[in-house]
Design a protein around this ligand. Structure first.
Ligand code: MLT
Length: 226
């Protein structure tokens, strides 16, 4: 993790953790509790049995969990008013990494809440750090495109790093209309489709469908109050 102290960190894992978090909170979950490991998640749920348990390893749900990491699973019927523990391979680790690196505020960014994140950034007077979760430490096209889509909406007078300029150029090269096809043909997009999660990829590439901004504070993610 680069220097994060004092920044607003926007954690992005389009496929699928950040999309799942935005969706679950939008469907009425009261909080998401991101934990890095399956063991931590199970131990926490054993201590607090009222919590629901969600997450994946190798993209699939884990034995005994209430949900996998499919945003489509987190329906209002299942999550309304509930707190959900979430552990995923890359996304929840990226959230914890931003916290441990000292970010002043941490929000969750996806394509589905892109404009809401942009609007929140306009009220932030300081550095902004886009944290692309990637995949096992490697670059992910979908996260870079989401970062680029956010950057393209920010004040053009902001000074951008080379990485930020590259993400914006990538997004501008494809444009919003090509996001679904480019992400569907990305490494992770194809991998998820091959495992039967193609509908998640389609769902995650919809732009600006919610104004919800999840904020991570005190070990929990909740919707930012209006
Ligand atoms: C992750 O956090 O690594 C991803 O969300 C994996 C997945 O697609 O489930």
């Amino acid at each position: 993790m680069v220097q994060a102290e004092g920044t607003l960190a926007i954690v992005i894992d389009v496929l699928r953790a950040s999309t799942t978090i935005v969706t679950a909170l939008g469907n009425g979950a009261s909080a998401i509790i991101p934990l890095a490991t399956v063991e931590e998640a199970r131990a926490r749920q054993a201590q607090e049995p009222h919590l629901l348990l969600g997450g994946e390893r190798n993209a699939h749900p884990l034995p005994g969990f209430d949900f996998g990491n499919s945003p489509l699973d987190y329906t209002p019927e299942k999550v309304q008013g509930r707190e959900v523990i979430l552990t995923t391979t890359n996304g929840t680790r990226a959230l914890q990494g931003a916290h441990q690196a000292g970010a002043s505020a941490i929000i969750v960014g996806a394509l589905t809440n892109r404009q809401a994140v942009v609007d929140f950034c306009s009220s932030w007077d300081g550095s902004i750090l886009l944290v692309c979760a990637g995949s096992h430490g490697r670059f992910s096209l979908e996260d870079a495109l989401c970062a680029g889509a956010i950057i393209a909406g920010l004040d053009p007078k902001l000074r951008l790093t080379d990485g930020a300029r590259t993400c914006r150029a990538l997004y501008e090269h494809y444009g919003a209309e090509q996001l679904p096809s480019q992400i569907a043909s990305s490494d992770h997009g194809l991998g998820l489709k091959g495992k039967g999660y193609g509908p998640d990829v389609v769902f995650a590439t919809a732009l600006d469908v919610t104004s919800l901004v999840p904020i991570y504070r005190g070990g929990e993610i909740r919707p930012l109050e209006g």
